[in-house]
Design a protein around this ligand. Sequence first.
Ligand SMILES: *[C@@H]1O[C@H](CO)[C@@H](O)[C@H](O)[C@H]1NC(C)=O
Ligand SMILES: *[C@@H]1O[C@H](CO)[C@@H](O)[C@H](O)[C@H]1NC(C)=O
Length: 314
Amino acid sequence: MAQLGALVGALISLAHAQKREASFLVIGDWGWDDVAHGNIQSRACQNLIAESMHEAFLELGDVKFVINVGDSFYPVGVVDKEDPQWDTKWRNVYSSSLRSVPWYSVYGNHDMLAEKSTCSNSESEAAQINYDASNLDRFFMPGFSWFLEHPDLDLEIVALDLNDLWAAQTCPHTSCKESCHASLAQRAEVAWDLFYERMENSNASNMLVFSHYPTDYFWAYPEVLGNLSEAVRPGGLERHVEYFGGHRHNVDQESTTSIKPSNSWLVGGGGGWSCDGRQQGFLVGEIFDDGSMTTRPVLVDYCSCCGCWWWWRP
Ligand SMILES: *[C@@H]1O[C@H](CO)[C@@H](O)[C@H](O)[C@H]1NC(C)=O
Ligand SMILES: *[C@@H]1O[C@H](CO)[C@@H](O)[C@H](O)[C@H]1NC(C)=O
């Protein structure tokens, strides 16, 4: 009788077994610089995370894209599309497998400092903007803020330039203190308009929303937190939202503001600047054929990234 029960149980769970349709990786705050860095003393940490991403990529076998929440090039960003840092901090660090899928990106505050577009607010001058999804020699970033539908995966991506949230700390370090503020404020306005429009109109079961800033930066924006946590799409159907931000250098959920039943992550532990916490690494997201989605962190050895004394290891 017990055996029959076990058999029936196995059959039921087999019938309910989810099949994975696709996966993705999420990373932030990663382009380590040998002159300007925080308490991360070498590229070893970024390299270690890149290796671990490569292993995850091969193991999963169905990674469709990488989400990059910015601060890609410490300390001041790339100046143009020919800047050697594209090689030294990105192409030479992440495997060709990892770069065989698009890197969905936004600007972080560091990325803006040497950028012409920060002062001109012109997308055509932006070193990181690339509208051509098939050009994998660049990030995919068709605008400062942008969205993309993945109907094949019943998924939508919404990328927001919210660097206005850090304008007071960013603008004094640019060559255009005045126009920088206007430029960042204007981008935030575009970002919020896009955000509300997509939250209202998107019919995807799953939404991946990201910017450089985690949800605790939205304390003054209850409508944003409200929209992120409202798990309903047009017509009253269910929707699941995952939100990713970086800026602080750790990978966790505890330091972010909850948007339950949606899910929010801090994913700024990419090894580019410092270790604000003990969790350095990236996220793996998995999308299943029943419409469900999961995300989980993949962390690397703390001491290898952040340095430890022989008499002290956490
Ligand atoms: C939204 O998606 C659902 C199922 O995925 C579909 O039944 C419905 O017609 C869609 N609504 C619109 C307005 O496209
Ligand atoms: C979503 O945002 C809109 C526009 O700001 C607002 O009117 C609405 O109340 C928000 N929804 C929730 C659930 O907070």
